[in-house]
Design a protein around this ligand. Structure first.
Ligand SMILES: [Zn+2]
Length: 166
């Protein structure tokens, strides 16, 4: 799913951990559950509009991504203080796989190394494993436009939960 969904779940996790646990368990459990939440949220992203590839020629894809990236950045700006621990660890799998490992891999491939270099270090493999092992029965709506409605409903629900528990 999108960064804003990961962020909102991270905020809920951090609020609850910091409310009910003492130091240092509040920090340890925030990190643990935020990390774990990314895997499960990514498994559920099968139910939302989530094309694995960029679709620049598709107007719907472009408009949706302009909106969802904007609100994702906005959510980070609003929530980073004081929820940076949760947000960081709920996104660390994407940061590692997309912004560190993938550029490194293409750099290595360009300089003549094995193009499969680093393949085993992708953290999303764990999400794929959970998805295939336990959630293979979920429908795949990654290319269905109506998948955005599911994500929007989820974002609204998570926001309401945050307002209630804050
Ligand atoms: Zn991810």
């Amino acid at each position: 799913m999108e960064a804003i969904t990961h962020n909102l779940i991270a905020v809920i996790i951090q609020i609850l951990c910091f409310r009910y646990l003492l130091f240092p368990l509040n920090i340890i459990f925030t990190i643990f559950f935020a990390y774990l939440s990314h895997l499960f949220v990514d498994v559920l992203s099968k139910l939302t509009y989530h094309t694995p590839d960029v679709q620049k020629d598709d107007k719907f894809w472009v408009i949706w991504h302009v909106i969802i990236y904007s609100v994702s950045i906005l959510s980070i700006v609003i929530l980073i203080v004081p929820y940076w621990i949760g947000i960081l660890f709920a996104n660390i799998i994407d940061i590692w796989d997309w912004f560190i490992l993938r550029p490194l891999q293409s750099k290595k491939a360009k300089s003549g190394n094995n193009p499969n270099w680093g393949q085993k270090w992708y953290l999303h493999k764990h999400a794929d494993w959970i998805g295939e092992t336990f959630f293979g029965w979920l429908p795949n709506w990654k290319y269905k436009y109506f998948g955005v409605i599911i994500e929007v409903i989820l974002i609204i629900l998570l926001s309401i939960i945050i307002i209630i528990i804050l």
